[in-house]
Design a protein around this ligand. Structure first.
Ligand code: FES
Length: 82
């Protein structure tokens, strides 16, 4: 069995989410079950989640799921080049 090239493109489109106040871990590897939030599936790779701290009030944003963004964890439109 071959190892997939990392990070894996989970989906060539972002997902809009409203993040509540708190700490969230964006999946940078593309291996998590929902392709958005870290579930520990990166274990055994060199990739790690990116921690997002939301303070004051919930924030609505578009999170990258293709894992090619240059503005992680946010979508920068890089999925249009895939
Ligand atoms: S599962 Fe992808 S960074 Fe943790």
């Amino acid at each position: 069995m071959s190892t997939p090239s990392l990070p894996v493109c989970f989906e060539a489109s972002p997902v809009q989410v409203t993040l509540p106040v708190g700490v969230h871990a964006w999946c940078s590897c593309g291996l998590s079950a929902d392709g958005t939030f870290c579930d520990g599936s990166h274990k055994g790779t060199t990739l790690r989640p990116q921690i997002m701290k939301i303070t004051d009030h919930p924030e609505t944003c578009h999170l990258c799921r293709c894992k090619r963004t240059n503005t992680a964890p946010f979508c920068d439109g890089s999925h249009t080049n895939l």
